[in-house]
Design a binder for this molecule. Structure first.
Ligand code: FMN
Length: 325
């Protein structure tokens, strides 16, 4: 039998599949069933500071005593954070695999405060879910990147392995990832999925869009996984978005990913999605003569292939699409 054990940010994993941060990992029982199906680690549902602030605002709006505002803010925050910390502790106690906490903050200080607390609760690593959409026309784009770097530099002090979950919307991703690496990030998760919006044509109103990814979204994950692995040594990549079957998982590893994160596929097919992906990977490894993951990882990364310009081709120029013309 081939060996599919691996490691991620220094943590030993029984398999290269990680369950993404989502409602799938909000319940310990559900997470346990996914570990039993073969997941090597889990990323817990994110602790969103914005949600806490919204809840606080709602309570304050319905409270007749303005002097109680500070008390309500502190109470709601402590309550939400404590609930999350108990969840981290329970996951550590019951899951038997590395537990990665996930946070998304608004204020700079909150990142460090939450990170210290999840470290204290026993999380093995921290995925920071940073997504910003700047709407200020005078905003300096360099300042956005600096925010990411400052957060990572600040979190280095916790001693936890830091994984930065990024969105696709970055101008020069390799350069950003290299700065994050230099600032202390152990890995990047490529990519997060933005909350989608849509228009209801009947009501002529904006509504929430599709929650789940599409299998075709994987091609961008693949391109950037191969690019980052080849161009930025010293940082691991968790491939994420569009990993539905063993094929996407295997391709991610060939491009150089350390692990593949799965979310939508599990929502749609249950724990079977993990089982089938691992079985398919093992069969493919056997057929292709690989005994362990290290032998195949990165064989098709940007720095390993003879013609890496393939990674850089973005345009459908006639020259490149000749075969399909
Ligand atoms: C219902 C749902 C809830 C999610 N919640 C979170 C979250 O709390 N934190 C986070 O970082 N990502 C969250 N995500 C994004 C996923 O972790 C993942 O990055 C995204 O779905 C792309 O992966 P996929 O193609 O395997 O679904 C959520 C996704 C879904 C579908």
């Amino acid at each position: 039998m081939v060996d599919i054990r691996t490691s991620f940010v220094g943590l030993p994993l029984e398999s290269p599949v990680i369950v993404s941060s989502s409602g799938l990992t909000r319940s310990i029982d559900r997470a346990r069933s996914l570990v039993e199906a073969g997941a090597g680690a889990v990323v817990l549902k994110s602790l969103f500071e914005e949600q806490i602030l919204m809840h606080t605002g709602h309570l304050i709006a319905h409270n007749d005593y303005p002097e109680a505002e500070d008390y309500i803010s502190a109470y709601v925050r402590t309550e939400a954070v404590d609930t999350y910390l108990s969840y981290v502790r329970e996951a550590k106690e019951k899951l038997g695999v590395p537990v990665i906490a996930s946070i998304n903050c608004r204020g700079k200080e909150s990142w460090f405060e939450f990170a210290e607390q999840v470290r204290g609760a026993g999380a093995d690593a921290l995925e920071v879910n940073i997504m910003r959409l700047e709407t200020d026309l005078y905003f300096d784009p360099v300042a956005t990147e600096q925010t990411y770097i400052d957060i990572v530099q600040g979190l280095r002090g916790t001693g936890l392995p830091i994984i930065v979950k990024l969105s696709r919307q970055h101008t020069a991703l390799p350069a950003l990832v290299d700065k994050l690496r230099a600032s202390g990030a152990a890995a990047v998760t490529l990519f997060n999925r933005t909350y989608q919006i849509d228009i209801d044509l009947e009501r002529e109103q904006f509504v929430g869009g599709e929650v789940f990814s599409h299998q075709g979204d994987f091609t961008e994950t693949l391109r950037y996984t191969g690019l980052i692995v080849g161009l930025v040594p010293g940082v691991e990549v968790a491939a994420s978005t569009g990993i539905y079957t063993w094929q996407e998982l295997t391709k991610s590893l060939l491009a150089g990913a350390q692990v593949g994160q799965m979310c939508t596929a599990i929502y749609k097919q249950g724990a079977q999605a993990i089982r089938e992906s691992l079985r398919g990977l093992q069969m493919w490894m056997q057929e292709h003569g690989y005994e362990n993951i290290e032998e195949l990882r990165g064989r098709l990364s940007y720095s390993a292939v003879p013609d890496p310009t393939l990674f850089e081709r973005m345009q459908f120029m006639k020259y490149f699409s000749m075969r399909n013309n």
